[in-house]
Design a binder for this molecule. Structure first.
Ligand SMILES: [Zn+2]
Length: 236
């Protein structure tokens, strides 16, 4: 994925302020990617390769949306990434940034049709809450009854695992959905055993990752932000 567009906030490709994102004629937060567009194949490939649970039939992606952010949301993330990059000097030049999946509650019917792209105001719709104001660990962290590496937001490269946490609260929902987040992994603290009391990565580390495939983001950090949203066919 190209990172050159991140050089200037004004031209960040995920910024609402970017003139190329104003095609919808209004300040829509979701932009549907065309199948032959820049990111579609890349995100689709990650989703398909990350579907590792043989017991679950791999679903069909119905569309991929780019999530657009006001600069006030993007700036802390990009600043954090810059700081980490200065420290770790990763080869990808983005603080060892990765795209990781996160499944959460959806109470509305966002994305059920191509015209249904307006965020709802339902309190229990964590998806729209994340899309509107990014992650709130108090809500999104609650889904994992057992917090393997402490309290925080869990993301994973395994899409079929994130699917376990994707939940439709509306009985009228036909599709399932998942977020794809950019995560600044930096220098990861690799944890092979549970550490439920962990509140932040130890000094000298930027994130916590587990052998089982979870990555954890703790409260108050700007280590990640949702950048794509995928509605897909129900699992069988
Ligand atoms: Zn909603």
């Amino acid at each position: 994925m190209s990172t050159s567009s991140f050089e200037s906030l004004n031209f960040d490709e995920f910024s609402l302020e970017n003139p190329t994102n104003r095609f919808a004629g209004r300040r829509s937060r979701l932009a549907c990617l065309s199948h032959d567009g820049t990111h579609f194949a890349e995100v689709e490939d990650l989703f398909n390769k990350g579907w590792r649970h043989g017991r679950k039939v791999r679903p069909q992606i119905q569309g991929i949306f780019k999530i657009l952010w006001p600069d006030s949301n993007l700036e802390p993330y990009l600043q954090h990434r810059k700081q980490v990059q200065t420290r770790v000097r990763s080869r990808n030049n983005t603080g060892n940034e990765k795209l990781l999946f996160h499944g959460t509650n959806r109470a509305c019917l966002l994305g059920e049709s191509s015209s249904n792209v307006l965020l709802c105001g339902l309190k229990e719709c964590y998806l729209c809450s994340i899309l509107r104001a990014s992650f709130d660990v108090k809500k999104c962290g609650m889904k994992n009854a057992f917090k393997r590496f402490g309290h925080g937001i869990y993301t994973t490269a395994c899409s079929s695992k994130a699917d376990d946490y994707s939940c439709n609260l509306s009985q009228d929902a036909c599709l399932r959905t998942m977020l794809v987040n950019r995560v600044v992994v930096g220098r990861p603290y690799k944890r092979y055993r549970n550490a439920p009391d962990l509140v932040k990565p130890p000094d000298g580390f930027d994130s916590v990752t587990g052998e089982i495939g979870w990555d954890l983001n703790h409260e108050g950090e700007f280590t990640f932000i949702a950048h794509f949203w995928i509605p897909y066919s129900p699992c069988l």
